[in-house]
Design a protein around this ligand. Sequence first.
Ligand SMILES: [Zn+2]
Length: 237
Amino acid sequence: MVIREKSNGDLRICLDPEQLKKAIVRKRYVIPTSDELACKVKDQAIFTVLDLKWGKHMHIADLLSRNCLDDPVQDDPEMVEVVHEVTKYIPLNHNLRLALIRETENDAGLSAVMQYYQNGWPNFKKQVVAEAQQYWQVRNDLFVEDNFVILNDRIVVPPLLRNLLLTKLHSAHLGIEKTKARARQSVYWPGMSKDITILTKKCRTCERHSAVSSTVARLQPHLNQSIKIKHTNRDIS
Ligand SMILES: [Zn+2]
């Protein structure tokens, strides 16, 4: 930068704006036409769209990422229920939760497990009450929380409710392996895998579905107007 004095006595500032121009010129991106976009996506099968929404419109992401505040905030009980359903992969509504607690308490095996958890397990399996011996193998991984018996984040289901849970887990007719995988994310009881296998083998809907899915279908590109997009929400605040 150079400062020169004009003939009238004023000052003239001279500078080379080359670097300044580089800094202020914006990059320009041409928006592709719909034809160009259609060409680009014609053989694609998975699409992702990023969209911006207020956190208040994304209840679950907002609730899961909520910062701890000094003033305790009462969560909306309905939303807590929804989040619980999402995290546990099974619809554990209020009635089912109460039934699980009640039947856990009423069941001789699980009530004994709860006592052993409080007071310590006997040294030998033969000293354990007969109904609780089925849990001997996993006794060190069992704990009690909120009146549930838990095994590695899975609720141990009392015998009287196992058929009900089986039906719920199987409601999507996912076949044996996927139903087992779904079950292992949320519940446990001794012999659960075997029970799922027996139920699924008897299910006509699963049978029909497996016959259809065994026919290998070629992937078809989505047409532009029929693109299906599955939304996921992320709270980035
Ligand atoms: Zn089925």
